[in-house]
Design a protein around this ligand. Structure first.
Ligand code: GLO
Ligand code: MG
Length: 343
């Protein structure tokens, strides 16, 4: 029996378009995705604000909440929870040069409007978690922005969100680059620093995505552990990444099994999930995958998490202690590899 609950977002079942080619699979309506999420064993759905409320820029604040309530009814009918809502601050023409950190005051005001609406939508969906994936908060041309003001704008925006709703929690999803060249909040260490500079650090934590840590040249398990050390790991996006390329969002564990094992081991050891946290899967199917099997990457990721969870529970701590006492880390390393390769 797994200790974990799982979630994914509608964007994790997609049409396969990439920067160099068009869609290769038909679009699946969100209601069908949600129903299939339940069938494959997910417990919750992750949302961008406009996944829950399409065309929200054209709706009144009241209409936005009413539409979100319809989505809540759909979730309830499948006995699924909403994990979080993330304002989509990277597609509108007013976020071309960043959102909270745009050089334009009116663009920054739009970003705050979207952030507040995300909070309204989260409340209507029954969650208190807001994820900030700070996609365009940084620079394409280093000299174009004040690099000291950038992080301060992010802190100001978070303070406004904390004041707008005294109960919400903000999870900063860190990523070093893509689509922005240089991000103002690239790692978990940055997220923890930003958290401590806000008006209520107890409500500002982190979400660590495996691929993003790899893109930063960091070890995902250590990034997870760092946030755990601060009591601020409130979600994860498990996936995998083959080195320093574009953000691949591969099935969890397929590239670096030992690194995947150590992510799960630290989550198991520190009883991740005890406060209702989910294992979020931020994975994308390969472009070659046909539509009939376009959920397989999610099912495989869940299966790999559970298999590694079983391995983590089997991990022989007495043997580990002996190796540590003898400082025989070659023996410990071999034990880990044998554990992973044994049936
Ligand atoms: C992209 C991010 C993206 C976010 C999602 C929720 O690199 O991983 O998928 O996780 O927009 O914030
Ligand atoms: Mg992610």
């Amino acid at each position: 029996m797994s200790q974990f609950k799982f979630s994914a977002g509608p964007w994790n079942v997609h049409e396969g378009a990439d920067a160099f080619g068009p869609k290769v699979r038909p679009s699946i309506p969100i209601a069908e995705k949600i129903s299939t999420f339940k069938d494959i064993g997910l417990d919750a759905v992750q949302f961008h604000d406009d996944d829950a409320v399409p065309e929200m820029n054209n709706l009144s604040d009241k209409q936005i909440i009413e539409t979100a309530k319809e989505m809540k009814n759909l979730l309830d009918s499948h006995d699924l929870a909403a994990e979080f809502v993330a304002p989509r601050l990277w597609e509108d023409s007013r976020t071309v040069d960043g959102a909270f950190t745009s050089n334009s005051k009116s663009d920054r005001d739009y970003a705050i409007w979207r952030a507040f609406r995300s909070i309204d939508i989260a409340r209507a969906l029954g969650t208190d978690k807001i994820v900030l994936w700070l996609a365009r908060e940084g620079t394409l041309c280093y000299e174009s922005k004040d690099p000291v003001e950038g992080p301060k704008h992010i802190i100001d925006a978070i303070n406004k969100m904390l004041a707008y709703d005294q109960g919400i929690k903000i999870l900063i999803e860190t990523k070093p680059n893509e689509p922005i060249d240089r991000s103002y909040c690239p790692t978990m260490g940055h997220a923890m620093a930003v958290s401590s500079a806000t008006n209520d650090p107890s409500r500002v934590g982190g979400l660590l995505e495996t691929a993003h840590a790899v893109l930063a040249g960091l070890d995902p398990a250590s990034e997870i552990a760092f946030a755990l050390a601060f009591g601020k790991l409130w979600s994860v996006h498990l996936n995998d990444q083959n080195g320093l390329k574009y953000d691949q969002d591969k099935t969890f564990g397929v590239e670096n099994l030992r690194q995947a094992f150590n992510q799960i081991r630290v989550l198991v050891d520190y009883n991740y999930g005890q406060n209702g946290e989910y294992i979020g899967l931020d994975v994308k199917a390969m472009r070659t995958q046909k539509v009939e099997v376009s959920y397989r990457h999610l099912e495989n990721s869940m299966k790999i998490v559970k298999m590694l969870e079983a391995k983590a529970k089997k991990f022989d701590r007495d043997f580990q202690k002996k190796c540590v006492a003898a400082r025989d880390y070659e023996a410990l390393e071999m034990y880990v590899l044998e554990l992973l390769m044994s049936s």
